[in-house]
Ligand binder design. Structure first.
Ligand code: 13P
Ligand code: ZN
Ligand code: NA
Length: 281
């Protein structure tokens, strides 16, 4: 139950780890059951909105119990957090990694805010992720217009990692949160340049709707953590909707949640196979 070692191993062995956004307690079990069946490490991540909905301590306790039950290396990560106090609370509750997202601020301010979190987290063995550039699209409360999306500059990445000591970096490279209207224009050359400049595992945000071969290329170039949110929640929500379309009077949560579980597990397995972490534990 930790994030740092699995990212290090993934980077060294050039496979990826999928970080799935979970939005309910049930989905924690679905993700870990699927990961266990494939003998793959996995990261569970929640946004601040999900902490507000379920409670940080509850999420930690359920994640720990499920990781113990399924015997699968599990990280619990706080996704896209802009608030230092919430980060502190999540670490205190038992999250194993946190993202400080100060990418909306100018470079120097992003450095200062990230430094503060690195100082707090590192002494506690908690991994930190920060973002450079701006990932477009919608992720809970964080909304970035496509027009304002901005790719990360490789030289700035070097300076940023050197200045903050951040152990994991999420550079914007052309993906967006959510499902794209067209195909994402991923800047593979930029990823390669950034990977030359910094020695830390990189993170691919906006993993939903990225074609399989593009995800593989990103992983091969050093993107060790691949975030998937929208596709997972959509597929199991659709399974529930379909259940009610066929059986509008259904009142048995076990019946419709079973459909959700089957759909979620299949999606989780597909993504794990793409990043190549199957059979690595
Ligand atoms: P998607 O919703 O596109 O999968 O993005 C996930 C993400 O980056 C979470 O931080
Ligand atoms: Zn993201
Ligand atoms: Na996406």
């Amino acid at each position: 139950y930790s994030t740092t070692p699995m990212l290090k191993i993934a980077k060294a062995n050039k496979h990826g780890i999928v970080a799935f956004n979970v939005h309910s307690f049930d989905s924690i079990f679905w993700v870990l059951e699927a990961a266990a069946e494939l003998k793959s490490p996995v990261i569970l991540q929640t946004t601040v909105g999900t902490i507000q909905s379920l409670g940080a301590k509850n999420i930690v306790e359920v994640a720990q119990a499920a990781a113990q039950h399924y015997q699968v290396p599990t990280g619990l990560h706080l996704d896209h957090c802009t608030d230092f106090e919430i980060i502190k609370d999540a670490i205190r509750a038992g999250y194993t990694s946190v993202m400080i997202d100060a990418s909306m601020h100018p470079f120097a301010e992003n450095v200062a805010r990230t430094q503060r979190v690195v100082e707090l987290a590192t002494s506690l063995g908690v991994n930190v992720e920060a973002e450079l550039g701006k990932v477009g699209g919608v992720e809970d409360d964080i909304i970035v217009d496509e027009a304002d999306a901005e790719k990360a500059d490789p030289e700035e990445c070097r300076q940023f990692v050197a200045a903050t000591g951040v152990p994991t970096l999420a550079p914007a490279i052309g993906t967006a949160h959510g499902i794209y209207k067209g195909k994402p224009e991923i800047d593979f050359e930029r990823i390669a340049e950034i990977a030359k400049m910094v020695d830390v595992p990189l993170v691919l945000h906006g993993g939903s709707a990225v074609p399989e071969e593009d995800v593989r290329r990103c992983v091969a170039l050093g993107m060790a953590k691949v975030n998937v949110s929208t596709e997972l929640k959509n597929i199991y929500s659709e399974a529930i909707r379909e259940h009610f379309a066929h059986d509008p009077d259904s009142l048995d949560p076990r019946a419709y949640l079973q459909k959700a579980k089957e759909a979620a597990k299949e999606m989780v397995k597909t993504k794990i196979r793409i990043v190549g972490s199957e059979n690595t534990v």
